[in-house]
Write a protein that binds this ligand. Structure first.
Ligand SMILES: *[C@@H]1O[C@H](CO)[C@@H](O)[C@H](O)[C@H]1NC(C)=O
Ligand SMILES: *[C@@H]1O[C@H](CO)[C@@H](O)[C@H](O)[C@H]1NC(C)=O
Length: 457
C-alpha cells in the first residue's frame, strides 16, 4: 500500500509537471537542449491580439493554443493588387499565380494580372526567444498567419499546432514557418497545409541547431503550382551552418522541394514517410551534407533530383549500410522505395565529416516506419507518440528494436540500480533471449520482477 501511494504521488507529480511545462517530451537530435519557455506557467491567450503579444514580447512563455486563432482579415485585404501569371500556371484557376510584392522582382516579364489576397499571411508573427507554443489536444490551429523566427531568436519549441490557409492560391502568399538567423528550434507534431509559398523555410542566415520531428506536410491543394492538386513549395533549407535533424515526418501530396537544400548545412533525414509526390523529393545543392536513411518513399516520382551543382549526399542502401555502420559506429538503416524513382548517392565524406551534437537518435528499420509515421505524425497525436515510441523502441530485454530485428543492438551495461519490469509495463513480449540476461518467464505479463537493463522510465 505504501509503495502504491508513493507511486500514485509520483504519477500525480509527473502529471502536474507536464501540465506546467505544456511541452510533451524533450528536444532531441541537433536541437537537444532546447527548452522554449521552460518552466513558465502555461497559459492560453484569449484572442489573436494577446497571442501576438505573447509570441513577440521578451518574457519566456509557455503559450497554449487551445482553439483556432484566426488571423484572416485581421490586417485587411489587398484588393485588385498586382499579381503575375508565371509560366508554370498552365491551368488557370487551379494553378497558382504570384503576388508581385514590391520587394521582389520574381515576376520579371511574366504577364500581369490583378488579384485579391489576405494581408495577414504575407508576413509571419515575429516570435521572440524562449517560447513554447503548444497545441492542446487536437484543437490548436493558427489560421491565416505563419511564424517567423529571425534575427538571433533562439530556444523556441513549436509543438502540436496546425498552421493553415496562408493565401494558398498565390505564390508568395505566405510561409508557414521561417527561420533566418536562429539557434535551437524544435518543431514537433506540427501540421502544415494550404500555404501559398513555403511550408518551411530556413535561410539565408544561419538557423543553427534545428529538429523537425513527427510533423505532417500536407500538400493537397486546389491551387497547385504544378497544376495537379499537389503543393510544390514544401521544405526549403537555405540556411548557412545549419544542423537539422528531420525525422518521423509525413510528407504527402507534394510535387517539389520536399526538401530543396543548399549552402553550408547538415541535414540528417531519417525515418520519414513520403507518399504520393508527383515531382521531386530531394534537390540537394552545393554545400549541403545530407545523410538520408531508414525512410520510406511510396509513389514518389523523383526521390532525388539531379542538381546542376550537387551537394554531398549519402543515402543508405542495403548494400552500403555496413559502410555507414562502421563510419558512424552505430546501426544505420537502408531507405526503401516502392512505386518510386531511384535514390542513389553514396558520398562517404558525408559520414566522415558528420558533426557531433545530435543526441537521442534512434534510427528504426524502414520496415517499421510507415505505420509509425502514420500513427504519430501531425497534430493531436502526442499521447500515441509517447506510448508507441516506448513500445517500438525496446524488446522485453531493453534492446533497441532496430535494423536487423529484435535484440540486434546490444545495450550498454547499466550503471546504478536497474528498475523492475513486468510485461505489462513494457507492453512488448520479447521474442528471443539474448545471452547474459535472465530466462524468459512463461507468462506473457505480470510475471514478477527482474532486471530491466535500460533507462526505461
Ligand atoms: C532566454 O533565456 C536565457 C536563459 O534564461 C537567457 O539567458 C536569455 O537572455 C533569454 N533570451 C532572451 C532574448 O530573453
Ligand atoms: C495520388 O496523386 C494522384 C495525382 O494527383 C491522384 O490522382 C491520386 O488520387 C493520389 N492518390 C492518393 C491515394 O491520394
Amino acid at each position: 500500500m505504501a509503495l502504491q501511494r508513493t507511486l500514485l504521488a509520483a504519477i500525480a507529480l509527473l502529471g502536474a509537471t507536464a501540465q506546467a511545462t505544456g511541452v510533451s517530451g524533450t528536444a532531441f537530435g541537433f536541437a537537444t537542449g532546447t527548452t522554449g519557455g521552460g518552466n513558465a506557467a502555461a497559459a492560453a491567450p484569449s484572442d489573436i491580439t494577446q497571442l501576438t503579444e505573447w509570441l513577440t514580447d521578451s518574457t519566456p512563455r509557455v503559450i497554449l493554443i487551445d482553439k483556432e486563432f484566426n488571423y484572416l482579415n485581421s490586417q485587411g485585404k489587398c484588393t485588385d493588387c498586382k499579381c503575375c501569371i508565371p509560366s508554370s500556371n498552365s491551368c488557370g484557376s487551379s494553378g497558382q499565380n504570384a503576388i508581385d510584392l514590391d520587394s521582389s522582382s520574381w515576376c520579371g516579364s511574366y504577364p500581369t494580372t490583378t488579384c485579391t489576397y489576405d494581408k495577414a499571411a504575407i508576413d509571419g508573427i515575429n516570435v521572440a526567444s524562449n517560447k513554447s507554443i503548444v497545441g492542446v489536444g487536437s484543437a490548436g490551429v493558427i489560421r491565416g498567419k505563419g511564424l517567423r523566427l529571425v534575427n538571433g531568436v533562439s530556444n523556441v519549441i513549436i509543438q502540436n499546432i496546425h498552421i493553415t490557409e496562408l493565401n494558398p492560391q498565390y505564390i508568395w502568399g505566405g510561409d508557414a514557418i521561417t527561420l533566418d538567423g536562429t539557434d535551437q528550434v524544435w518543431i514537433d507534431h506540427v501540421k502544415i497545409s494550404l500555404i501559398g509559398r513555403q511550408m518551411f523555410v530556413a535561410g539565408y542566415e544561419a538557423s543553427g541547431r534545428v529538429t523537425i520531428s513527427n510533423s505532417e506536410f500536407d500538400g493537397q491543394t486546389s491551387w497547385s503550382a504544378s497544376c495537379d492538386g499537389h503543393h510544390y513549395w514544401t521544405v526549403l533549407g537555405y540556411g548557412k551552418n545549419d544542423k537539422v535533424t528531420f525525422t518521423g515526418n509525413y510528407i504527402h501530396h507534394t510535387s517539389g522541394r520536399s526538401p530543396k537544400l543548399e549552402f553550408n548545412s547538415y541535414w540528417h533525414v531519417y525515418n520519414n514517410f513520403w507518399f504520393n509526390n508527383t515531382g521531386h523529393a530531394f534537390d540537394i545543392g552545393e554545400g549541403t551534407n545530407a545523410l538520408i536513411e531508414g525512410n520510406v518513399f511510396q509513389q514518389v516520382k523523383t526521390p532525388f533530383l539531379a542538381d546542376s551543382s550537387p551537394g554531398k549526399t549519402f543515402a543508405v542502401t542495403a548494400s552500403d549500410k555496413s559502410t555507414c555502420d562502421s563510419a558512424l559506429g552505430r546501426t544505420c538503416a537502408a531507405n526503401t522505395l516502392t512505386s518510386s524513382g531511384t535514390l542513389s548517392a553514396s558520398d562517404e565524406s558525408v559520414l566522415s565529416s558528420w558533426p557531433s551534437g545530435e543526441s537521442g537518435i534512434d534510427v528504426l528499420d524502414a520496415g517499421r516506419v510507415k505505420s509509425s509515421v502514420l500513427s504519430n505524425a501531425g497534430v493531436g497525436k502526442l499521447s500515441s507518440a509517447t506510448s508507441s515510441k516506448k513500445a517500438r523502441q525496446f524488446d522485453g530485454w531493453g534492446h533497441a528494436l532496430s535494423s536487423a530485428g529484435p535484440g540486434a543492438t546490444p545495450c550498454a551495461t547499466p550503471s546504478g540500480a536497474a528498475p523492475k519490469w513486468t510485461w505489462k509495463t513494457i507492453g512488448v513480449k520479447p521474442t528471443h533471449q539474448p545471452s547474459g540476461f535472465p530466462p524468459l518467464p512463461k507468462e506473457s505479463h505480470g510475471a514478477g520482477s527482474g532486471s530491466f537493463p535500460f533507462g526505461f522510465f
